[in-house]
Design a binder for this molecule. Structure first.
Ligand SMILES: NC(=O)c1ccc[n+]([C@@H]2O[C@H](COP(=O)([O-])OP(=O)(O)OC[C@H]3O[C@@H](n4cnc5c(N)ncnc54)[C@H](OP(=O)(O)O)[C@@H]3O)[C@@H](O)[C@H]2O)c1
Length: 291
């Protein structure tokens, strides 16, 4: 019943938000745009100098209706996650919006990768946002019109070869967002998933392992434009936003024609499967005759 009484659109001015991954790309654009729209933002990432620049730029621009403060730290560190929540409570007086934009990836064949790379990618892209969301739930429950935004990827909706670690982490995050959305509906905490295609950011220059393959390059969307779509999604209480036609096309085509989609991807990646298999399987190879 209380749900019917909520405003159809979320009113951002005065909300209190934590934004992760705010030292560059999407997270930075989200922190800036939310603050411009009157949100009191606590922005975080590891690089303190980048965050200090963000604060300086915000002050130099004359600020806006909201505010922008920063706290550097590594989101994979459980102690830092607690410090972040304490800082949000102390400095902002509570928490209404949690935007989980930090992420990193790895590229390369599975066999040549390492257990450390797989674990690191899972830590950054899945465990850290999942645990930060869990930690923030009591504060969000006390917040005004609360919401959590998970930042996923089209690769989490349908994987690409040579992106196994990242695809696994983002697909786990996608599943988690869907599950949590239903679980938290009774608490009136909205959960939104942003499923992104290629962005113009530092993402591919700061991979944990490997380099971006030429075949996987798509037309990159400016991070500021993707951020605008996400902010609009938060306002309109969307369950999922997929910014850009390219990302929408990827998700739709991979869902409607999964085998054809895989074939096209494999062709682009130079991974061919023989059309007819001539090699007999060990079971049918026959045993030496025992005349
Ligand atoms: N770029 C793309 O093509 C693309 C496509 C689909 C989805 N995405 C997703 O979009 C999100 C934003 O990526 P982006 O394109 O804006 O990339 P980006 O410019 O590289 O930004 C990634 C942010 O995450 C932060 N970060 C990484 N590891 C961290 C850690 N351990 N602790 C705290 N912060 C950490 C980085 O800051 P520090 O290094 O300072 O910590 C940086 O601020 C990510 O979740 C990414 O997976 C990106």
């Amino acid at each position: 019943m209380r749900r019917f009484l909520r405003w159809p659109h979320r009113r951002l001015p005065g909300m209190r938000a934590v934004v992760t991954g705010a030292s560059s790309g999407l997270g930075r654009a989200l922190a800036w745009q939310l603050a411009q729209r009157g949100v009191h933002v606590l922005a975080t990432a590891r690089r303190a100098d980048r965050l200090a620049n963000l604060e300086d730029e915000w002050q130099a621009a004359g600020g806006g209706r909201g505010s922008l403060q920063c706290l550097p730290g590594d989101q994979t560190d459980a102690a830092f996650r607690s410090t972040l929540l304490e800082a949000a409570t102390d400095r902002l007086g509570g928490l209404d919006l949690l935007v989980l934009a930090a992420g990193s990836g790895a590229v390369g064949p599975f066999e040549a990768s390492s257990p450390e790379t797989l674990r690191r990618v899972m830590e950054i892209d899945f465990f850290a946002p999942a645990e930060l969301a869990r930690l923030c739930l009591p504060a969000l429950r006390d917040g005004r019109d609360p919401a959590i935004v998970f930042v996923g990827s089209i690769i989490g909706r349908h994987p690409l070869p040579m992106h196994l670690d990242y695809a696994a982490a983002k697909s786990a995050l996608t599943a988690m967002a869907g599950s949590l959305r239903m679980e938290l509906a009774a608490d009136e905490i909205d959960v939104m998933l942003a499923t992104l295609g290629p962005l113009a950011s530092e993402f591919w220059e700061s991979l944990i392992d490997g380099n971006r393959a030429a075949w996987s390059r798509g037309r990159a969307m400016p991070a500021t434009r993707a951020a605008r779509r996400i902010v609009r999604g938060v306002i309109r209480r969307r369950v999922e936003v997929i910014p850009g036609l390219q990302a929408k096309g990827y998700v739709l085509a991979s869902r409607l024609f999964p085998r054809l989609f895989d074939r096209c991807v494999m062709r682009r990646a130079g991974l061919r499967r023989p059309f007819v298999r001539f090699r007999a399987s060990p079971r049918h190879r026959g045993t030496p005759s025992s005349k």
